[in-house]
Design a protein around this ligand. Structure first.
Ligand code: CA
Length: 238
């Protein structure tokens, strides 16, 4: 089935241009020109991915993102930001966007970012990940269980709502307990080879994951920092 993308963009020329390019890539596109109508369409149509402009008339892309994340934690969100200021991108990531594009953008690059996000939505292994013949359905570690087929993560038997990016990162970590992974490795593995090269996106997502899985996010016991390198999933007794 074709991936359905909701495009929330108030500038008609950009919306048309983006729609045509993504349709040429084989995606089905739904359109909205305000945040309010974007939320309504997302509720009614359940798209796989939302491409969300930050600067919208009425409620902003941030507010749309917050609402979508609360109601649909598993939806993919890519934010379009007109400003190149880092602060906008970081704030968007902190609100749970999976990726971002800075305007003006190359439509080919947007399509690459969409495909990378689809791999996370499906929990497809990245190119660099060693492909094992029979990857287990359940990965268990300490109080955690990851059901790879259902794409659900549990702590002490309770489901934890993770974004597609957070879930892909947790899968990457929990499959390699005890191994220190550099920010660059994580970036390439999760966002793809053709990523922006900005490792801050890794740190923001680690922070978000910790806030959801750690008993005390300020003193992480599961997803540890490896100073000067990156991060490591601490080995836990089953
Ligand atoms: Ca706009």
């Amino acid at each position: 089935m074709s991936i359905r993308i909701l495009l929330v963009e108030d500038e008609a020329p950009i919306r048309m241009f983006t729609k045509i390019n993504l349709e040429n890539e084989g995606f089905t596109i739904l359109e909205a020109d305000t945040g309010e109508s974007g939320i309504a369409i997302a509720r009614a149509e359940h798209p796989d991915i939302v491409i969300l402009d930050l600067m919208l008339p009425g409620i902003s892309g941030y507010e749309v993102c917050e609402t979508l994340r609360t109601e649909m934690p598993h939806i993919g969100i890519i934010m379009l930001t007109a400003k190149s200021q880092e602060i906008d991108r970081i704030l968007g990531l902190e609100k749970g966007t999976d990726d971002y594009m800075v305007k003006p953008f190359n439509p080919h690059e947007l399509a690459l970012r969409v495909r990378s996000l689809i791999r996370r939505l499906r929990l497809d292994p990245g190119d660099e990940e060693p492909k094992t013949a029979n990857s287990p359905q359940m990965i268990q570690d300490g109080p955690f269980v990851l059901d790879q087929y259902a794409r659900v993560f549990y702590k002490n038997g309770e489901e934890i709502d993770l974004t597609p990016t957070e879930l892909a990162m947790v899968r990457m970590f929990i499959s390699r307990p005890g191994k220190a992974l550099s920010r660059e490795e994580i970036l390439h593995q999760i966002w793809g080879e053709d990523n922006h090269g900005e490792t801050k996106i890794v740190d923001v997502n680690v922070r978000r994951i910790r806030s959801k899985i750690e008993d005390n996010p300020a003193k992480p016991a599961y997803l540890e920092t490896v100073w000067g390198v990156g991060y490591r999933w601490k080995k836990n007794d089953a």
